[in-house]
Ligand binder design. Structure first.
Ligand code: G3I
Length: 391
């Protein structure tokens, strides 16, 4: 006769396999292939393989990463090194990113292309990149960030225009504009002769075109819109939500929304900005649109006493950060539509934060010696809510 313990174990194994088959959860990070193969960085590879089942290339799959040499020249070598490593290690990948205003090569930014030419370039890029991965690495890419940060850049441009008009300055004079529109916004706004053809369109034709092209290139891969400042509930976050809702409402083929979660912690009280209830309400409104949600670029930066970003200025900061990691994980775990959580770098040693924000850092789930931080332990504990059984 089977002991009760054995029955529970068998039940749990069955439950776990069914649960994971039907509703796999992905936990991951950026992956940089040279670190993973470097003999001087054995822990990078070890931790990545041990902890994560999904990876994202921090820069290599961006437009300039694969399409930097000219309109018809693609070089997938650096991006493929990452894809190959991920495949060999049984990981999935998020494809990041097809259309963005950054990481644009000079042949494109300085090409003075018409809107029609830009549309051709966009279609060619998306089709070539998506099909390269679906053909060479079938099933590897779980989702593509088809468009990145369109709402925020458009909104920034609009706000700046309004401010210039209010100040009596010419809003069209490039000398006055600090946040120019993305190069892609030209698409659909001008005819072949360069004449404007439409009034302000908040959803942007290039966004529609990008998603439709991506769907045609591979009907099986998930298509995501990815942005920042869409994590909590605020005017900006609601604007971001309405942007996505507009795309869904129009029938643009979008499967999910990526929330970057580059969180900033200045002082312990800031933890309230990322309370579970706020984060949860936000996730739920996106889930109600029928979208999947991925937390795509999680880090929680705190002030550090060193420029390398390794030493938090006070232990309180680390404790407050730990609570934020816990809240984020628990919120995602409680939302069935939230299917992946990726950190933007996993070790203090290779994080974008210290180079971008002086005297900020300690933002990732492992420290510079690859020791898990309290934040990572809290993250893991929060995610256990999702597993429900057996862990
Ligand atoms: O590869 C060159 C190197 O050859 C050169 O010596 C060096 C000099 O500065 O630059 C190197 O390229 C830099 C690259 O990072 C690799 O370090 C680029 O200049 C720099 O612009 C690039 O920054 C990346 C940034 O996106 C822009 O593409 C960051 O690493 C990356 O973390 C950041 O990631 C973004 C996400 O894609 C979207 N969400 C926000 C997130 C953080 O900004």
């Amino acid at each position: 006769m089977l002991s009760m313990k054995r029955i529970i174990v068998v039940f749990c194994l069955l439950f776990a396999s069914v649960y994971s088959d039907q509703d796999p959860f992905y936990l991951g990070s950026t992956l940089y292939a040279p670190y993973m193969t470097s003999p001087t960085e054995p822990l990078y590879s070890l931790v990545m393989q041990r902890e994560f089942n999904i990876a994202v290339a921090e820069n290599e799959m961006k437009f300039s990463g694969v399409h930097g040499g000219g309109q018809t020249i693609y070089d997938f070598s650096r991006a493929d090194a990452i894809a190959t490593l991920a495949m060999q290690n049984g990981m999935k990948m998020r494809g990041h990113t097809l259309v963005w205003h950054h990481a644009i090569p000079s042949w494109l930014s300085q090409g003075n292309y018409t809107s029609v030419q830009l549309a051709q370039i966009l279609v060619g890029h998306i089709t070539t990149v998506i099909q390269h991965y679906s053909q060479k690495y079938p099933g590897l890419i779980l989702a593509w960030d088809v468009v990145n940060e369109a709402y925020n850049v458009e909104q920034g441009y609009l706000n700046e225009q309004a401010a210039l008009i209010a100040a009596g300055k010419d809003p069209t004079d490039p000398a006055n504009i600090k946040s120019p529109r993305t190069i892609w916004s030209k698409i659909g706004q001008f005819d072949a002769a360069g004449n404007p053809i439409s009034t302000w369109d908040p959803l942007r034709d290039y966004v529609r075109l990008a998603f439709r092209t991506a769907r045609a290139a591979d009907p099986n891969v998930k298509l995501f819109y990815n942005d920042y400042s869409n994590e909590g509930i605020s005017t900006g976050s609601t604007g971001n939500y309405n942007f996505v809702k507009g795309l869904v409402g129009e029938g643009v083929p979008i499967d999910g929304v990526g929330m970057q979660y580059h969180l900033l912690l200045n002082k312990p009280t800031d933890v309230n900005n990322y309370s579970q209830s706020t984060l949860l309400s936000n996730l739920q409104r996106y889930a109600a649109l029928g979208l999947d949600i991925h937390i795509t670029e999680l880090d929680v930066r705190i002030p550090t006493s060193d420029a390398t970003g390794f030493i938090p200025t006070t232990p309180d900061l680390l404790a407050a950060q730990t609570q934020v990691f816990a809240n984020v994980a628990a919120t995602c775990a409680q939302t069935p539509a939230c299917k992946a959580l990726l950190c933007w770098g996993f070790t203090y040693a290779h994080s974008w934060i210290p180079a971008s924000f002086a005297f900020f850092g300690a933002a990732t789930p492992f420290d510079q010696n690859y020791v898990p931080t309290p934040g990572y332990l809290a993250l893991q504990k929060g995610l256990l809510l999702r597993k429900k059984c057996c862990f």
